[in-house]
Structures are given as structure tokens and as C-alpha cells.
Design a protein around this ligand. Structure first.
Ligand SMILES: O=C(O)CCC(=O)C(=O)O
Length: 303
């Protein structure tokens, strides 16, 4: 057992429900200071891994590769000790994303991600062939409070072992056409896509009567399978932005971006020239991913 390992009960509940937490990471005063330090750095792309405009939906991808506070965050023991019970001893972080929801923003459509091919059309992670299960573990950290009013996450517990979406179907990026009220009058979208286009059964409707809201104070994090049915509520407040930072982890045996040197999604193209996975625990015995030991400013990752 490590200091922050999941207990046997927490692990059992995680296996059944597909998520664990929320857990405390930063004190209230600490996260306010951290957020103040991170915010201006998000706009400074001088060392960012990708040449993107700040307006791009994916400008918040992989900022752990150039913002020291985030480079430190992804390997925090409070997170990694807990992941070891789920993913085993050798763990890589292959992606992180900022998820802002400004006052008036729509909610995020219900979705599940297995290979993360949904937007780019290419599998972004591939588990070894002898494994019948994919997906990634997402650690979603609240950099601000996340409540039902300003757009907290919603989960449907126990849905993580069956995919209701076919990520190979492809979706059309059309920000002007989607993001309208859905059939139930909820303002919801998927950052310019309509995730419902990937449904295996076009008449499928997630059973929202079983959904739970994940309210968190700033500084807490939640762990969940990307294959868990999840969404978030619209931000209906006048002035309370919700900002989540999601870091995504898989065992080191998983291949990340196999056979591609760039990809296009959400209307932007990314070259992977400066991309690398970060080993946050153990080693990378498989050697099929490019591993980076320091971020693009020279900050050494802990592992
Ligand atoms: O923060 C959100 O609204 C969505 C987050 C999400 O879909 C994810 O972390 O996978």
C-alpha cells in the first residue's frame, strides 16, 4: 500500500461504478494561487507543444508539456498512488485537456471514449492485442468549483464496460449547426460536433434517471474510465466560470498515436513532432512510445 492507494472498498466501488472520488488534492487557498499562476501561462504559447491559435478548441491540449505547474500536477502522488491500483505499476500520461465552461456555455453531450478516434477518425490509443478492454483513466481536477449551476460533470454509474457509440462512424465538425437545445430542452453540444451521430443504435437515449452530478470544490479531483457514460451540465450562472483540467493515463503497454505524425480534430491540425508520453509511475518496458523526461521549458517530470 502506498500513502494514497485506493482502499479495497474504493477499488471495488470503482470496478462496479467506473469512477472514484472526489478526492482532496489542493487546499482552497493553494488552488486559488495555483490557478492565478496557471491562467496567464495558458495564453503564452511560446513553449507549447502545438502551433495553435488560442481560440482553437484544442489549444488546451497537453499543456503539461509546457506549463510547469501542470507538469508537476500530472505526477502528484495523490493521483498516481490511486492509479496504480487500477492500471498497474507502469503508467504513462498521454494527454491532458483544459475544459472551461464560461457563463452561458452549453453542457457537454453524453459520450464515452474508447480509442479516442471519435473526432480525428484515427485511433489515438491502442491497447495490446491480448486485452479486450480499452479506454483511458481520466483524472478531472476542479481548478474552480464545479456545481450543478456552473456545469459540473454527470456520470451514469456502471456504464463503463459497454460502448454505446461507434467511434469509427465519424462526425462532422460543424460548430454553427450543432450546439442547439437538445430534444429535452437542455443546451448541450460536443465542442462543434454532435456526439449522437456516433450512436450504435440511433434511437438510444442514455438513462438520465440513473445519472449522478459530480459537484466538487476547487482543488478536488475525480477518477473515471473514459468509457464511462459522462457529460456535463450547462453553465447557467452569470459570472462563475467552471474550469476543469483532465489528465489521461494508460498502462505503458498501450500504443499512443500509432502510425500517425499529426492529426486533425475540432477544426485544427496538430503535428506530433514535439509530443511525448510522460512516465508517471514505474517504467516504459514496451518502448513503443516516444517518452519525454522533461517538459518543453526543461522542467524534469517526476516518476
Ligand atoms: O468537462 C467537461 O465538460 C467534459 C469532460 C470530459 O468529457 C472528459 O474529461 O472526458
Amino acid at each position: 500500500m502506498k500513502k494514497f492507494s485506493l482502499t479495497a472498498e474504493e477499488l471495488e466501488s470503482f470496478r462496479k461504478n467506473g469512477y472514484a472520488g472526489p478526492f482532496d488534492l489542493y487546499e482552497e487557498a493553494e488552488i486559488i494561487e495555483k490557478y492565478k499562476a496557471i491562467r496567464p501561462k495558458l495564453f503564452d504559447r511560446s513553449h507549447a507543444a502545438y502551433d495553435l491559435d488560442n481560440k482553437s478548441v484544442i489549444s488546451g491540449y497537453d499543456r503539461h508539456l509546457d506549463i510547469n505547474e501542470l507538469s508537476e500536477h500530472i505526477s502528484r502522488r495523490e493521483i498516481v498512488d490511486r492509479l496504480e491500483g487500477i492500471l498497474g505499476p507502469d503508467i504513462i500520461c498521454w494527454r491532458s485537456e483544459m475544459f472551461p465552461k464560461y457563463p452561458g456555455d452549453e453542457g457537454t453531450d453524453w459520450h464515452q471514449a474508447d480509442t479516442f478516434a471519435h473526432a480525428s477518425g484515427k485511433k489515438q490509443i491502442v491497447w495490446p492485442t491480448n486485452t479486450d478492454f480499452g479506454g483511458a483513466i481520466t483524472v478531472w481536477t476542479a481548478l474552480t468549483e464545479a456545481s450543478e449551476e456552473n456545469g459540473c460533470l454527470r456520470f451514469i454509474p456502471g456504464t463503463h464496460e459497454e460502448m454505446f457509440y461507434d467511434e469509427s462512424k465519424g462526425m462532422k465538425y460543424a460548430p454553427e449547426e450543432v450546439n442547439k437545445l437538445d430534444k429535452d430542452g437542455v443546451k448541450r453540444g460536443f465542442f462543434g460536433y454532435d456526439y449522437r451521430n456516433l450512436q450504435k443504435d440511433p434511437s438510444f437515449k442514455p438513462d438520465e434517471s440513473k445519472a449522478v452530478s459530480i459537484e466538487m470544490r476547487a482543488g478536488q479531483f475525480i477518477i473515471f474510465w473514459s468509457t464511462l457514460m459522462h457529460s456535463s451540465l450547462p453553465n447557467t450562472t452569470q459570472n462563475r466560470t467552471r474550469l476543469g483540467y483532465a489528465s489521461r493515463y494508460v498502462p505503458a503497454s498501450v500504443s499512443v498515436y500509432p502510425d500517425v505524425s499529426s492529426f486533425e480534430e475540432y477544426g485544427s491540425e496538430i503535428s506530433l513532432d514535439r509530443f511525448g508520453v510522460v512516465v508517471v509511475s514505474g517504467n516504459d518496458p514496451s518502448k513503443h512510445n516516444r517518452v519525454v523526461r522533461e517538459n518543453l521549458r526543461g522542467y524534469a517530470f517526476a516518476s
